[in-house]
Design a protein around this ligand. Structure first.
Ligand SMILES: Nc1ncnc2c1ncn2[C@@H]1O[C@H](COP(=O)(O)OP(=O)(O)OP(=O)(O)O)[C@@H](O)[C@H]1O
Ligand SMILES: [Mg+2]
Length: 290
């Protein structure tokens, strides 16, 4: 596909291939060249930040931050309060414009030149700390609405898509382990279940890169481990960046070989396996304590 490499679809099957083709031609005819779901990862990198700086009233929240995420990688980011982790996600998703630096999705998409909705359509899904689900609607409908939000102007094709859409919803329910709760109102779910539902809603939009900001906050130990299992299952189907303070959760995601980035004062303080960064003197001083 023009030298582009597609990441695997999270669900191995993409009922919207046809619709996306139409989207591409529709969008192209309006003078844009962004192809939904297609990111050039031919060099193996899905996200690239170089010397990114952001100041708020003279305070440097990000200070020449540089990091790269491999396609398919699950990267954990840790660091003290105020290190700039959330600000980094704000920059990646277009919520905050950096004062300087490069931010690229794949080889070709300059995120500093794109707005929030365009970045979301290009394949970046973001999970905020607080779950935002439609409490008054059943779980099933939450997933359906998430899909419609993505394909809004394809409503006319719905009749044809319905059967595939249903299959996609069922697959997602299985991934987030909410099959038996499909008919319950989202408002009745536990905090951990709501968090999983929101991840399911993001998956309905087929993200290539998922950003999760403290997804385990406020969860019980069991819910936290269930979330780790879910994210580990998504490995390889989309790239992920997970910001988290809970070290057991980070250990469950990083394993022995996964790379962990430690941020402090707006830049990368250390980088390596969890064991390596835990032994790093500067990390012990500024974050983990003795
Ligand atoms: N919109 C803003 N206006 C002014 N200052 C801000 C703004 N957003 C963030 N900051 C400041 O930038 C710094 C980095 O904040 P950020 O929220 O990115 O840190 P964080 O690493 O996510 O911390 P935490 O672990 O507590 O979530 C903090 O000192 C914060 O007060
Ligand atoms: Mg934060």
């Amino acid at each position: 596909m023009n030298g582009h490499i597609l990441l695997n679809d999270p669900l191995n099957h993409n009922p919207f291939d046809e619709a996306d083709t139409l989207t591409v031609s529709g969008v192209a005819s309006m003078g844009h060249v962004i192809e939904p779901g297609v990111i050039d990862i031919s060099h193996g990198t899905i996200l690239y930040l170089e010397d990114v700086s952001v100041s708020f009233d003279g305070f440097r929240a990000l200070n020449k931050l540089s990091l790269a995420i491999d396609a398919g990688e699950l990267r954990c980011v840790i660091g003290p309060n105020g290190a700039g982790k959330t600000t980094m996600m704000d920059v990646i998703t277009g919520k905050t414009s950096p004062d300087s630096g490069k931010v690229f999705l794949g080889q070709t998409l300059d995120l500093t030149r794109m707005n929030e909705p365009t970045i979301a359509r290009a394949g970046i899904g973001r999970k905020f700390q607080k779950p935002t689900v439609f409490e008054q609607h059943p779980v099933w409908e939450n997933l359906e609405l998430a899909m419609k939000a993505d394909k809004g102007w394809f409503a006319t094709l719905r009749a044809r898509l319905d059967r595939d859409a249903q299959a996609k919803i069922e697959q997602t329910l299985e991934i987030i382990r909410l099959e038996s709760d499909a008919r319950r109102l989202a408002g009745e779910l536990s905090h951990g279940q709501k968090q999983r539902l929101e991840i399911g809603m993001l998956l309905m939009q087929k993200p290539q890169l998922l950003l999760l900001d403290e997804p385990a906050a406020g969860m019980t130990d069991d819910e936290t481990m269930e979330l780790a299992t879910l994210l580990n299952r998504l490995r390889g189907s989309c790239s992920m960046m997970v910001v988290e303070h809970d070290m057991e959760f980070v250990a469950a995601l990083a394993g022995e070989t996964g790379r962990v980035t430690v941020m402090a004062e707006g830049r990368v303080l250390a980088h390596g396996t969890l064991d390596e960064v835990k032994r790093d003197e500067t990390v012990i001083e500024s974050y983990l304590g003795r």
